[in-house]
Ligand binder design. Structure first.
Ligand SMILES: [Fe+2]
Ligand SMILES: [Fe+2]
Length: 238
């Protein structure tokens, strides 16, 4: 298939699924996450020789099954159902249906997979993981924390230095947990890109701690303002 034809398939997939993503901005998994994962996923596909006909739709569908009422719960099954319906409508996807399902089923870095994982699934998974790191990942985690009604941080150990992370209780414990994800990346390009993300993460945590000590980090709103400020600065530098 020509590159222009592959691109046309991607655009049709996006038009078919973007309405699933839009309401999920409420917990940080809106269309911006889909678009970033798609863009990085295609870069990884080019570097790894993976089929973009599969990687592009995999990125655009992977979290489409999230919902504004139940969030992440059951989202992979719902994303698979969305993919299945789309394969019925789009003959171009029918021949790559099983591979597309594999990219969605194993897109999250914590999910065990049967080896060897096809390279197309590796690209979608690494791209999603990269977006969970650095400023973008911290922002998603904070927004999810607001939505789910979790406390921002432990009152005396805000960065979880002396405890086992309590992911359901404190958003900043989840932010610290994200530091364990880079070691799960599988492609050289994603590993190399994660270094900048890790620097963003360290920078954010140190700024967070100094604001916390000054009494200026009172809630998720303060924590979100800090990350949004740095995301805007990074955008202007770029
Ligand atoms: Fe997901
Ligand atoms: Fe995702």
């Amino acid at each position: 298939m020509l590159a222009a034809e592959v691109d046309a398939v991607h655009q049709r997939v996006w038009q078919a699924v973007c309405h699933y993503w839009e309401p999920n901005s409420v917990h940080g998994h809106g269309p911006d996450h889909a678009v970033r994962v798609y863009s990085m996923g295609l870069q990884l596909a080019a570097a790894e020789g993976a089929d973009p006909l599969v990687v592009g739709p995999g990125c655009y569908i992977h979290d489409a099954g999230m919902r504004p009422d139940v969030g992440r719960t059951g989202h992979i099954e719902r994303s698979l159902q969305i993919a299945s319906a789309l394969c019925e409508e789009m003959p171009e996807l029918a021949s790559v249906r099983d591979l597309l399902f594999t990219t969605i089923r194993y897109h999250e870095a914590e999910i065990a997979f049967p080896a060897p994982l096809p390279i197309e699934a590796v690209c979608v998974r690494d791209s999603d993981t990269l977006d969970r790191l650095g400023f973008t990942g911290i922002r998603m985690t904070l927004q999810y924390g607001v939505w789910i009604g979790r406390a921002l941080c432990h009152p005396t150990d805000p960065l979880c230095c002396e405890r086992t992370p309590d992911l359901n209780r404190f958003t900043m414990d989840y932010v610290r947990y994200l530091e364990s994800l880079p070691q799960r990346l599988m492609t050289p390009l994603a590993r190399s890109n994660s270094k900048e993300k890790q620097k963003q993460h360290e920078f954010y945590c140190s700024e967070f701690l100094s604001s916390f000590r000054q009494g200026c980090m009172r809630n998720h709103e303060d924590a979100l303002q800090l990350v949004m400020l740095h995301m805007r600065e990074e955008f202007h530098v770029a």
